[in-house]
Design a protein around this ligand. Sequence first.
Ligand code: CTP
Ligand code: MG
Length: 235
Amino acid sequence: APVWVVVTAAGSGNRLGAKQPKALVSLAGRTLLEHALQRVSLVQNLAGVVVTIPAVSLPDFAPTKPACSIPVFFVEGGASRQASVFAGLQAVAQYAPLDALVLVHDAARCLMPTEVFDRVASRVAETGHATIAALPVVDTIKQVSQQNPQQVAGTVDRNQLRIVQTPQGFVLDQILQLHEQAQSQGDSESTAATDDAGLAETAGQPVEIVDGASEGFKITTPTDLKYAQFLVNTK
Ligand code: CTP
Ligand code: MG
């Protein structure tokens, strides 16, 4: 099946604290979005890409459109990440068949290698299930007391925990329906799922896990950007 990628880049990047939207911040001479799109452009069976961008920022984003043979569309995102993904999916649905595979990916994870996208897409194709890229937890994780968060309530078995990344993959038809349901239930900051696979979970659908990559960490703070710069420059 054809693969479409929705790249979310409509956030403002408050925690990074740059003057421009996070996706337009420069990392070793190219924007975060350009780094992400370069890796996305090499995905197997890629049929198209939809990038969600902040409102009224098309003139700033247009120069980041890659010169490749695959169609890349820029659409306005929404107030929340979930709303942005929904806008991206509606754009995909204008061009792609309902059995297309869709990979949802954060531009902020701009160094995520192409092979992880391929891994996610293969698993969706095999199983028809929502699929996430994830990593094992290396730190010891403690649960804190509900009454007093200064006190330890227990140690969680980290072998049963995973750190969740993007890309997350779905069949177009499936993820559209999940987002339509979520939208109709209202997408407030407190009730919104923090990732797309969370919508599948809530609906009682199975979610598959494949190996992510440590380079695919999300650039959130100025320290993350420095680390990304180090990784790119020492490659
Ligand atoms: N995103 C989006 N639309 C929104 C909010 C976020 O498309 N309304 C995207 C961001 O551009 C980013 C990804 O979702 O690629 C993950 O969000 P995050 O890392 O939180 O980015 P920002 O929301 O931009 O950063 P911050 O929360 O620090 O403001
Ligand atoms: Mg955010």
